[in-house]
Design a protein around this ligand. Structure first.
Ligand SMILES: NC(=O)c1ccc[n+]([C@@H]2O[C@H](COP(=O)([O-])OP(=O)(O)OC[C@H]3O[C@@H](n4cnc5c(N)ncnc54)[C@H](O)[C@@H]3O)[C@@H](O)[C@H]2O)c1
Length: 281
């Protein structure tokens, strides 16, 4: 018995990283999985093939989550393949870093369209299908950047903050139809794209490791576990929540992070460093 037996789940951006981790986990738990991605068609097909090779059911559908026509098409393809939609994981993202003054307008627009407009489009076209099934679960992949902001990520911060508030709105508007809408705010998860930016520098990875009370950065499967919980009946009375999954990084006051940085890299801390390990251990 899987925790998602016979449920139909769409996972966007499941060609790689966190989305792939969620798709694989949902497949192992008995869901019929529809893998959606825009450009990396072979990798998307590979995710679906891996689910099938592990004994699950999966289909790949090419689609751009920023496109209304593509969203209509991948929702319709899901209904045609498996008879309906129970779960929608909105994970796909694209973003251009930059400060507001430097960021080109077309990069702002594309970041907002892929990251935030897509959440509205997915809800707009999947919710009517969920209502036909008597309910459903939407899980929007946000970020700790939706709660606190990082420098030089003007558009990304706006996307993730917007996702959190849209999640609450959708939860309120569609709760009466037994549709639960939650978000996950991951901390630092090592994936291909985060590896190409923040995790390419071992010093940065160490900083993030030190910043986590659990003592490590995340893996896609850490996020998949949280997504599975939110998608399953175990979360049957849970909606409108933004679940932070970050190894504890963001529960701390900033001084702890500063002290961790100085412990690792030396220099004179502005605040008293926290001993590591404490003397009594
Ligand atoms: N990795 C981290 O540390 C981290 C931290 C916080 C939040 N997140 C969030 O987790 C999600 C996944 O991140 P990741 O690190 O796995 O990234 P990733 O680049 O590995 O995955 C992104 C996926 O989205 C797909 N995609 C991009 N544009 C698309 C479009 N227009 N239409 C359809 N698919 C599209 C890509 O092909 C890819 O499969 C994102 O929403 C990201 O903001 C990641």
């Amino acid at each position: 018995m899987g925790r998602l037996d016979n449920k139909v789940a769409i996972v966007t951006g499941a060609a790689s990283g966190i989305g792939k981790g969620i798709a694989l986990r949902f497949g192992r738990e008995g869901a019929h999985v529809v893998v959606v991605t825009d450009k990396r068609v072979e990798l998307g097909e590979q995710t679906a093939a891996e689910i099938r090779a592990a004994g699950g059911t999966a289909t790949f559908v090419q689609g751009d989550v920023a496109s209304s026509a593509d969203t209509v098409r991948f929702v319709a393809a899901t209904v045609a393949a498996y008879g309906g939609v129970d779960i929608l994981v909105q994970n796909a993202t694209w973003s251009k870093p930059g400060r507001a003054v430097d960021l080109a307008e077309e990069d702002w627009d594309r970041t907002i369209d892929v990251g935030l407009k897509s959440i509205y489009l997915g809800a707009k076209y999947a919710i009517p299908e969920m209502r036909k099934r008597g309910g459903g679960a939407i899980i929007n992949i946000s970020s700790v950047n939706g709660i606190a902001a990082s420098p030089r990520l003007a558009a990304y911060n706006a996307v993730k903050g917007g996702i959190n508030q849209l999640t609450r709105n959708l939860a309120i508007d569609y709760g009466r139809y037994n549709i639960r809408v939650n978000a996950i705010a991951p901390g630092h998860v090592v994936t291909e794209s985060s590896g190409a930016s923040i995790h390419q520098d071992p010093q940065q990875t160490w900083s993030f490791t030190d910043a986590c009370p659990l003592g490590r950065v995340g893996k896609p499967d850490d996020i998949a576990g949280a997504a599975l919980f939110l998608a399953s009946d175990d979360a049957s009375w849970l909606t409108g929540e933004v679940l932070v999954v970050d190894g504890g990084m963001s529960i701390q006051v900033p001084e702890v992070l500063i002290a961790a940085h100085y412990r690792r890299f030396g220099g004179k801390p502005a605040v008293a460093p926290i001993e590591d390990p404490p003397k009594d251990e």
